[in-house]
Design a protein around this ligand. Structure first.
Ligand code: HEM
Length: 450
């Protein structure tokens, strides 16, 4: 079975024919960030591009990733202006894009309620949303865009976790669809911001993006108001309860809204995308789907069952290696620095690109091949620590990584035990990286009972 898996290379964009010029790269990047990398980007340790007024350095070796994201966290903790501009209308000043003391305070407030030690309390949310999702898929008459179905279903998990089961299921659909529309609008406009270039074309799209952001925040603000000042789930109450030394709340009013919206969006996006790519891999490689189904419990898994789903976890990890939901991390230097032989000035951009690191020829055997077995046993311990970063690394590592992994595993258990997935005839999956690595045009599948 391993030999078959080793031969299977799932869809990826062709590398750029040669190193593109800065402007050529920019134009390609507007369509798809992944298409700018030439073949040697999968071999190099550090490389740079110079744009008017700024250097962009790609940290493409585990030691350099550690230097930027861990050792020099203070210098590189600030997210790129591109990401800040793209997300601020919708998540406000949330932990996801904050920096400095504000980030530290928000991060400390949001982490305890989703700490790995308390995840069992959310298990019923995962199971309920996954079963609703399975019913919806079972009712479908014809091809299903699983990317859209999963986006709604995972948003439903977060709504259940934050607001409880009083929120109607349709709310998840509205929020997920509005966010997708927002991203489509915001991404088109703001990529030029990454390079610090003026955006002359985008004001109409920006107006549309802002309208969607206002609608989204309004919906979530109503849900918070409906929960009442002291009510809601333990998660919502814990967010409200975080206090400073002087007794004032860390999260109230707009700041609370920022973090709840961020939970709904950042929390749903990564997991829904992971599930989508994993389902595509299961569809393209039926031997893997069968091997997963063989280890999955016949009924919905109990929380304790998740640890026993060893091969399914390896498939999910391999899926996040090949299709990291956040495929590019961009940070701006907040003070001058030096990395290897390059002088970094304040405002220069340093990138870590999981898409490249996870497929780096010096770090992975047959890097583009689908081999879940590379995550079994102690294989991961033999690899450099910073070669694999689907959740980021260092102090800004995803605060919901364990939550996200647990929900993906519960969905995988329920869906892959019950269904066989196949790509709809004529549908070609196309990885497309803008803010996140999503399949362009969704992921249209035919689903049958197993
Ligand atoms: C499979 C699912 C998920 C994936 C792949 C994922 C991935 C990521 C990544 C790559 C980052 C950025 C790290 C950086 O820029 O350095 C991040 C940040 C974050 N994620 Fe997740 N995430 C997932 C699920 C979740 C969930 C379920 C939650 C909340 C319930 C969550 C909350 C956050 C927060 C709060 C941050 C900001 C952390 C900070 O800047 O301090 N994520 N996530």
């Amino acid at each position: 079975m391993e030999a078959i898996i080793a031969d299977f290379v799932p869809p990826m964009p062709a590398p750029a024919p040669r190193r593109p010029s800065a402007i050529g790269g920019l134009l390609r990047a507007r369509r798809d960030v992944l298409s700018i990398f030439p073949a040697d980007a999968y071999r190099r340790q550090v490389f740079t591009t110079r744009l008017p007024g700024r250097l962009i350095l790609v940290a493409n070796a585990p030691e350099v990733v550690r230097e930027v994201f861990v050792t020099k966290h203070d210098t590189y903790q600030r997210k790129s202006r591109f990401l800040e501009d793209a997300l601020r209308p919708v998540v406000g000043g949330s932990c996801f894009i904050a920096s400095g003391d504000d980030w530290a305070e928000r991060r400390e407030a949001i982490s305890p309620p989703i700490h790995p030690s308390g995840l069992a309390q959310f298990h019923t949310c995962y199971v309920r949303a996954a079963e609703e999702c399975a019913e919806r898929i079972a009712r479908a008459d014809g091809p299903v865009d699983v990317a859209a179905v999963f986006a709604t279903a995972i948003t439903r998990v977060l709504l259940l976790a934050v607001f409880g089961d009083g929120v109607p299921p349709e709310e998840a659909e509205t929020i997920a669809a509005t966010f997708t529309a927002y991203q489509d609008a915001a991404e088109v406009v703001d990529l030029l911001g990454l390079m610090g270039l003026p955006d002359v074309l985008g004001w109409l799209t920006r107006r549309r993006a802002n309208r969607l952001a206002v609608a989204l925040r309004g919906r979530v603000a109503r849900l918070i108001a409906d929960a009442g000042p002291a009510g809601g789930t333990p998660l919502l109450r814990a967010l409200r309860a975080a206090h400073r030394a002087d007794g004032s709340p860390v999260l109230a009013g707009e700041r609370l809204l920022d973090e709840v919206v961020m939970f709904l969006l950042a929390g749903a996006e990564g997991a829904a995308i992971t599930l989508t790519w994993t389902t595509m891999l299961a569809a393209l490689h039926p031997a893997t789907a069968d091997r997963m189904a063989a280890e999955l419990p016949a009924a919905a898994p109990a929380f304790a069952d998740i640890n026993g789903m060893v091969f399914t976890r390896a498939v999910v990890q391999e899926s996040m290696r090949l299709y990291p939901p956040v495929a590019v991390f961009a940070r701006q230097a907040t003070q001058p620095d030096r990395i290897r032989r390059w002088d970094i000035r304040t405002g220069d951009i340093v990138l870590a690109v999981p898409w490249l690191l996870h497929r780096h020829e010096a770090l992975w055997e047959a890097p583009h091949a689908f081999r879940p077995d590379r995550f079994l046993g102690d294989a991961s311990r033999r690899r450099p620590r910073f070669a694999y970063m689907p959740f980021g690394v260092g102090p800004r590592i995803c605060a919901g990584a364990a939550f996200g992994m647990a929900e993906v595993m519960v969905f995988a258990a329920i869906l892959f035990r019950r269904f066989r997935f196949a790509l709809a005839p004529g549908f070609v999956p196309r990885p497309n990286c803008r803010l996140a690595l999503r399949p362009k045009g969704g992921m249209t599948m035919l689903v049958s009972a197993r």
